[in-house]
Design a protein around this ligand. Structure first.
Ligand code: PLP
Length: 347
């Protein structure tokens, strides 16, 4: 068995990299495709898998694209990178910039970033700026900063990000022996859905491709509405986006795949997140659970969930431990077996 070499080495012939591109890696990619267990019973006509992207080095799929974007920034001689972020982009940018000795500036919307993600950016040595406003305001400032200071902008419309992210499609098709019938995933800036589509189209060569089912939080669902939203609100902070950067490519991908978008409520997201954790043993962040909530809702709404279905679990729950506040708190007991037994009986 040969060890997984990371995204740049594994997919060198399918990425826009050359001899001058540093072979940056934290061994991202190569993530597990886990068969569903308990939740499989909800979808009797389907074989459901989880693409577990929380297993990436910084705990989200952002690492796949960031490794390419930062390597290309280094190749181009940029002094550093800058990004706006709802959290995971900054965690990933900070880690890869640290790894290859570049400076990193992250611009975050004040008070809207999960604690774990902020800790990551700080620990990796990024310059962390908080601004009043939402993600879209942070993005505007990141663009201006990139232009003015010559830092490489590594947000999702950086073309290298999508190139790196498409590699998850290759891994899924490789594991299943072909594309799935349905790919379900959360949609925020819509870079990931665009990247998966690019990956599956490159692979298909005119053949089979999945239908893309994109899911949004009800309070941040511009694709469902068909227009941008100025004040997006949801507990799923990674998809709390009102003006998706990859609007056109995502619309095309949805149309070409015969796919669909739908919204789910924050309660449905938290319910799905808890079920994934408590019944499947997979702790995702809320945004990731959106696609499971979406599949449960699709079934209720009469959309057949059939064939090979892959749900993309985009990020790790440890990034956002505050969600545990929605579960029963620990109970103080006397330090006796009777105390434990009484507690167990009460559950
Ligand atoms: C970035 C992110 C998303 C949304 O991806 P987009 O490419 O912005 O649509 C979903 N989940 C997690 C955990 C993320 O970090």
């Amino acid at each position: 068995m040969t060890a997984w070499p990371g995204v740049l080495a594994a997919f060198a012939d399918r990425l826009p990299i050359g001899d001058g591109t540093p072979r940056l890696t934290l061994l991202e990619g190569g993530t597990p495709l886990i068969p569903a267990a308990a939740l499989a019973r909800e979808f009797p006509g389907a074989t459901l898998y989880y693409k577990w992207e929380g297993a990436n080095p910084t705990g989200s799929f952002k690492d796949r694209g960031m490794v390419v974007a930062v390597a290309k920034a280094a190749e181009a001689g940029a002094p550093g990178v800058v990004c706006a972020s709802t959290g995971n982009t900054s965690a990933s940018a900070a880690a890869y910039a640290a790894r290859c000795g570049l400076r990193c500036v992250v611009i975050l919307p004040e008070g809207k970033v999960a604690a774990g993600k902020l800790a990551q950016a700080r620990m990796h040595g990024a310059v962390v700026a908080m601004i009043p406003g939402n993600f879209d305001d942070a993005l505007r400032l990141a663009r201006e900063t990139s232009d003015a200071l010559g830092l490489a902008l590594v947000n999702s419309f950086n073309p290298y990000r999508l190139e790196g992210q498409k590699t998850a499609a290759f891994e899924i098709a490789d594991a299943l022996g072909g594309p799935p019938d349905i790919l379900a995933l959360p949609v925020g800036n819509a870079g990931n859905i665009s990247a998966y589509w690019r990956g599956f189209v490159e692979l298909a060569n005119g053949g089979a491709r999945p239908r893309l089912w994109g899911f949004q939080a009800a309070g941040a669902a511009p694709f469902v509405r068909g227009a941008p939203i100025s004040d997006p609100e949801t507990i799923a902070t990674a998809i709390r986006i009102g003006r998706p950067a990859s609007w056109d490519t995502a619309q095309r991908a949805l149309a070409e795949s015969g796919g669909r978008v739908a919204a789910v409520s924050d309660d449905e997201i938290l319910f799905a997140q808890r079920r994934l954790a408590a019944e499947e043993g997979i702790f995702t962040e809320p945004a990731s659970a959106t696609c499971i909530a979406g599949l449960l809702r699709a079934r209720q709404d009469g959309h057949p969930v059939t064939g090979h279905v892959v749900a993309v679990l985009t990020g790790h729950g440890l990034k956002d431990p505050a969600v545990a506040d929605h579960t029963p708190p620990p109970v103080r007991i006397e330090a006796t077996v009777d105390g434990v037994a009484a507690l167990l009986a009460a559950h």
